[in-house]
Ligand binder design. Structure first.
Ligand code: NAD
Length: 419
């Protein structure tokens, strides 16, 4: 079983990182007050008839952190540890992330505190539809556009789109992204986050003069983001020596067969027991001597207690908020190059933006067009952040926050929406 647990409150981390970056760009007090906090927070009760006839009450949230640069945008998470503070943190990061990749969205996030692994498909569908009804007044293609996050997927998005459309009387695909292709989803959206992670790792390797071919990689969290990043790194000749999920971890010093492992995870729902591998504990995976560590599970998994053991040269944050500020300081002293979440995993929201544009235009693009555009957006954002990192001599995370917060601050000032 895994022993790595998250430490601390993600919202405190989001606030601390905001303050550090805002100080660096010398943001005035008034603008700080305007852009730091969520614009709107909705907590809802979600009563669901369970398969055994009982009514169970779940608690759900939707937080819109900012709509300054466009409609609020962000995923929906189903997980037992979802709290309002977690959703507030994730919504805040979405605002800076959309600004870092310069797409015209603000930030939002949603979640329901539940254990989806213990729920049937029918229970999940009823919960999703009821949650959608509860947040319906504040979502919409021009207002706030949900997408998948941890333990939600294209099917979840299809249920949300259907529930929303039923109230209007016609299909409104643009209310969510990450939909199935048959409902107006975009080619390339499912793998977009992992692909964006891969592109930023390519940029980091180039910057550090480190060949990706033959590089060793450990991946914590083998879901959508982690498994696809692993697949693309594997295809590029990197050696994925260890991966983990919520049930356990596997290790092979000669490199795991990633296509086979993805196949097994799809069939069985876990990675442990994979042939030609040995089990590895969560703390051992983090401490492996490898070139690239990809945290792709949940926030605050790397903290002051386990960060000293990390020996990777690059930490590529596929997950949101996986590293606490205390761990960041340890990485800095060890010279570890961090590709921060709001840059590294921004491929997901970037292709979500492409999906929304395609839905609005009723005109769909080829996969190659999407990859090419995504590559351009991610590499431009990486260069923009790197320039601040080198020019201002600040860590990559602070540089990314300075870029994102600076763009939102500029938009607030130009709009003059807060006289
Ligand atoms: P997912 O549900 O597809 O996968 C999550 C994975 O993490 C699962 O394999 C799960 O078993 C594993 N996991 C959970 N707890 C773990 C633990 N303690 N140790 C190791 N593994 C653990 O979710 P996802 O969409 O891949 O999201 C993962 C991270 O990426 C989250 O932080 C999410 O916010 C972030 N992210 C996802 C997207 C996206 O488009 N899906 C976009 C941006 C960021």
């Amino acid at each position: 079983m895994l022993t790595a647990t998250s430490k601390g409150n993600a919202y405190d981390v989001a606030m601390e990182n905001f303050d550090t970056a805002a100080d660096k760009i010398e943001l005035d007090k008034n603008t700080r007050e305007m852009i730091k906090y969520p614009e709107r927070m909705l907590t809802v009760t979600v009563p669901v008839r369970m398969d055994d006839g009982r009514i169970h009450r779940f608690e759900g949230y939707r937080v819109q952190h900012s709509s300054v640069r466009g409609p609020a945008k962000g995923g929906i998470r189903y997980h037992p540890q979802v709290t309002l503070d977690e959703v507030k943190a994730l919504a805040t990061w979405m605002t800076w992330k959309c600004a870092v990749v310069n797409i015209p969205f603000g930030g939002a996030k949603g979640g329901v505190t539940c254990d989806p692994k213990r729920m049937s498909a029918g229970e999940l569908e009823r919960m999703t539809r009821r949650y959608t009804s509860a947040i319906l007044p504040i979502i919409g293609p021009e207002q706030d556009i949900p997408a998948p996050d941890v333990y939600t997927n294209a099917q979840t998005m299809a249920w949300i789109m259907d529930t929303y459309s039923m109230t209007k009387g016609y299909a409104i695909p643009g209310v969510v992204t990450g939909k199935p292709i048959s409902l107006g989803g975009s080619l390339g959206r499912n793998e977009a986050t992992g692909r964006g992670v891969f592109y930023t790792i390519e940029c980091a390797c180039e910057h550090l003069h480190m060949p990706l071919q033959g590089a060793t990689v450990a991946v914590q969290g083998f879901g959508n983001a982690g498994s696809i990043a692993a697949q693309l790194l594997h295809d590029a000749g990197a050696k994925i020596v260890a991966v983990s999920d919520s049930t356990g971890g596997v290790f092979n010093r000669n490199g795991l067969n990633i296509p086979e492992l993805i196949h097994m995870k799809t069939l069985c729902g876990h990675v442990d027991g994979f042939p030609e591998s040995e089990p590895i504990q969560a703390h051992e995976l983090l401490a492996l001597e490898c070139d690239i560590l990809v945290p792709a599970a949940l926030e605050n998994m790397i903290h002051a207690e386990n960060a000293p053991a990390i020996r990777a040269r690059i930490v590529a944050e596929a997950a949101n908020g996986p590293v606490t500020p205390a761990a960041d300081r340890i990485f800095e002293s060890k010279g570890i190059f961090v590709i921060p979440d709001i840059l590294c995993n921004a491929g997901g929201v970037t292709v979500s933006y492409f999906e929304w544009v395609q839905d609005e235009q009723h005109l769909f693009w080829e996969a190659q067009d999407i990859y090419k555009r995504l590559d351009r957006v991610m590499k431009t954002a990486f260069r923009d952040v790197l320039k601040i990192h080198l020019g201002r001599n600040v860590p990559m995370r602070i540089a990314a926050n300075m870029l994102g917060i600076g763009r939102v601050a500029e938009a607030v000032k130009i709009r003059g929406i807060y006289p």
